[in-house]
Write a protein that binds this ligand. Structure first.
Ligand code: 5GP
Length: 115
């Protein structure tokens, strides 16, 4: 599958990349929902969390650890942050390559059903 995120990984589309290693890439969301809004995307193709196999658990662990490391590096780990993974329609998933949202930089509203 080729999504926008695959094209960013291949440098076919520009992005404000803040971190990259052999397993994942992290770049700023184009439509930030908080002062800090970074997406952590694995380099292995997995469309949704429903498609993640048990032997791929490490992929999500790496995303979470990379987000925590970024928070520490940027100095907002103690103030706090939220990580979110949207799965399918009701959660509003729009890009079908799993990714973790890191939101921070201000007190965040609670989450839940639409008003
Ligand atoms: P989802 O709704 O699938 O969980 O999150 C997809 C996210 O990707 C959205 O927050 C959206 O703003 C972001 N996004 C969509 N297209 C692009 C793009 O071309 N570049 C960047 N940096 N973010 C994008």
């Amino acid at each position: 599958m080729t999504t926008i995120f695959h094209r960013i990984i291949k440098r076919e589309l520009p992005a404000d990349i803040v971190y990259e290693d052999e397993h994942l890439i992290a770049f700023r969301d184009i439509a930030p929902q908080a002062p800090v809004h970074v997406l952590f995307v694995p380099k292995v193709d997995v469309a949704t969390l429903n498609d993640l196999r048990a032997d791929q658990a490490e992929i999500v662990g790496r995303l979470a650890l990379a987000a925590a490391a970024y928070a520490k590096k940027e100095g907002f780990d103690e103030d706090g942050y939220r990580i979110v993974m949207n799965c399918n329609e009701d959660a509003g998933q729009t890009v079908f390559q799993i990714h973790l949202h890191l939101l921070a930089g201000a007190p965040l509203g609670r989450f839940g059903t639409k008003g």
